[in-house]
Design a protein around this ligand. Structure first.
Ligand code: NDP
Length: 243
C-alpha cells in the first residue's frame, strides 16, 4: 500500500498516559515519528517515554488550562519549529442518568472533551501551517453520532466535536491542513471509570476494539498522501449493533 513516509514528523498526542493515546504513541514511534506525550499523570508519561527513548518528549498538561496549553505550544514552536500532527485524544466519560447527574461532572467533561480540544487546536494551528500533510485528528466517539442512555452529557461534548471539525475543515482546507475525526465504539482502555464493572462486561460481550485498533486508524489517516483527507472514521466492534 502506498503511504506517506512519516519519518521525522512531530506529533502531539493528548491523553497519552493510557488507552488509545498510549497505543497511538507506540505506533507512531514505530513509524519514525517524534511524539510529544501530553496528560496530567506525568509518572505514566515518563514510564512510557523511558520505553520509547529519544523519540518521545513528556509534557504534563491539563488540556482545559488554556494558558498552560499556550505555554506548551510556544515551547514546542521553539524546540521543533512546528508540528505535523495534533491528536486531540484526551477525554473523560462519566455515566449517569441525566436527571440525577452532578453539574460538576458536566463541567469536567465539557472542560476536557470540548475546551481541551478548542484550546489545543487553536494553539496548534500556527505550528501546523506550512507543514506538508499537516493534520488535526480528534477523537469523538460513536457517542458523537448516536445517543445512548446515561451518556447524554458525554454525547453532547462529542457531538460538539464533530460539528466543530466540520466547520474547521472548511477554514483550514485551503491551507492544506487536514481536519479529521475518529469515532470509536467500545474500546478496551481506562475509559468510564465510574461504571467500570458494567463497561468491563460490555467490552467482553462485544469483543471490544483494542486501543491499538484505534491507533491503526489514526496512522492510516495520517499516512495518506498530503492532499488526501480521511475526514471521518466511525469504527466499532462488529458485535456493537446498538447504538
Ligand atoms: P483512557 O481513560 O484510557 O484515556 C483518557 C486519557 O485522557 C488519559 O490519558 C487521561 O490522562 C487523558 N485526560 C483526561 N482528561 C484530561 C485533561 N483534562 N488533560 C489532559 N489529559 C486528560 O480512555 P480512552 O483511551 O478510551 O480515551 C481516549 C479518547 O477516546 C477519549 O476522548 C474518549 O472519550 C474516547 N473514546 C473512548 C471510547 C472507549 O470505549 N474507550 C469510545 C469512544 C471514544 P490523565 O488522566 O493522565 O490526564
Amino acid at each position: 500500500m502506498q503511504m506517506q513516509d512519516l519519518t521525522g514528523k512531530v506529533a502531539v498526542i493528548t491523553g497519552a498516559s493510557s488507552g488509545i493515546g498510549e497505543a497511538t504513541a507506540r505506533l507512531l514511534v514505530e513509524e519514525g515519528v517524534h511524539v510529544v506525550l501530553v496528560a496530567r499523570r506525568v509518572e505514566r508519561l515518563e514510564a512510557l517515554a523511558a520505553e520509547l527513548g529519544d523519540a518521545a518528549t513528556v509534557a504534563r498538561l491539563d488540556v482545559a488550562d488554556a494558558p498552560a496549553v499556550t505555554a506548551l505550544f510556544d515551547e514546542l514552536k521553539t524546540r521543533f519549529g512546528g508540528i505535523d500532527l495534533l491528536f486531540n485524544n484526551a477525554g473523560i466519560g462519566i455515566s449517569s442518568n441525566f436527571d440525577d447527574s452532578d453539574p460538576a461532572d458536566w463541567k469536567t467533561m465539557i472542560d476536557a472533551n470540548l475546551y481541551g480540544v478548542l484550546n489545543c487546536t487553536q494553539a496548534a494551528i500556527p505550528l501546523l501551517r506550512g507543514r506538508p500533510g499537516a493534520m488535526i485528528s480528534t477523537v469523538s466517539s460513536v457517542g458523537g453520532r448516536f445517543g445512548a442512555a446515561t451518556w447524554s452529557v458525554y454525547s453532547a461534548t462529542k457531538f460538539a466535536v464533530v460539528g466543530f471539525h466540520d466547520a474547521l475543515r472548511r477554514e483550514l482546507g485551503e491551507e492544506g491542513i487536514r481536519v479529521s475525526v475518529l469515532e470509536p465504539g467500545a474500546t478496551w482502555s481506562e475509559f468510564g471509570e465510574n461504571v467500570s464493572d458494567a463497561i468491563h462486561q460490555r467490552r467482553i460481550q462485544l469483543d471490544a476494539l483494542q486501543s491499538a485498533d484505534v491507533a491503526q486508524a489514526l496512522v492510516f489517516a495520517f499516512a495518506q498522501p498530503a492532499n488526501v483527507l480521511i475526514q471521518e472514521i466511525l469504527m466499532r466492534p462488529v458485535k456493537q449493533i446498538v447504538p
